[in-house]
Design a protein around this ligand. Sequence first.
Ligand code: FMN
Length: 197
Amino acid sequence: MGTNFILDLAKRRKTVRRFSSTQVNLKDVLVALETACQAPSGANSQPWRFVVITNSQIKGKIREICERIEREFYSKVNGELREWLLARGFSWKKPFLEEAPVLVLILSETKAPYSTESVWLAIGYILLALEELNLGTVTYTPSNAKGVLDEVDVPDGFRLEAILPIGVSTDEKSKEPRLSLDEVTYMNSWGRSVSTL
Ligand SMILES: Cc1cc2nc3c(=O)[nH]c(=O)nc-3n(C[C@H](O)[C@H](O)[C@H](O)COP(=O)(O)O)c2cc1C
């Protein structure tokens, strides 16, 4: 690794959708969640809540609920999004919800200011922390979460922002390409390149 530790981690990280059955040290997952707790949040409301799931039956149930929702979604989606999904081999099937040794439900407390923004920022911390621990994940975002929330008794007032299946990667898919810094950054006014700095 070079001197820009976070940059190196961010460059190395990619989404993982296939997991080995190797067990995960739960302490590592907790370290990643503790990292998330250090994220900034609107009015320091800390609206993140986590439900860590290792029980196979519960994971199976969550997969079943999500796949039911995904089937409906895939039957309706069309246009560019459909092309994008098909080109990447995505379908309603979500085996990673059962294959990953650990699932973490990421919830936000809806009454908190900027709850979604804050929680997604915290998710970014989790992704980098997991990368440092050589664990992989995908920020899976089911379109309708009611069944999942009921399955683990989440009370009213919380939204499911994402499910993170966590485990050791067997995913050979490469990282999606990125725009260069120069393509997305301007100096002092729109369109003025930073590449000459
Ligand atoms: C807000 C958000 C929602 C996402 N939802 C899903 C999802 O539901 N299913 C999935 O397989 N990947 C999901 N992803 C992962 C993206 O597809 C992935 O990060 C992107 O294609 C770039 O690939 P990379 O992470 O390997 O660089 C999501 C990512 C973000 C940030």
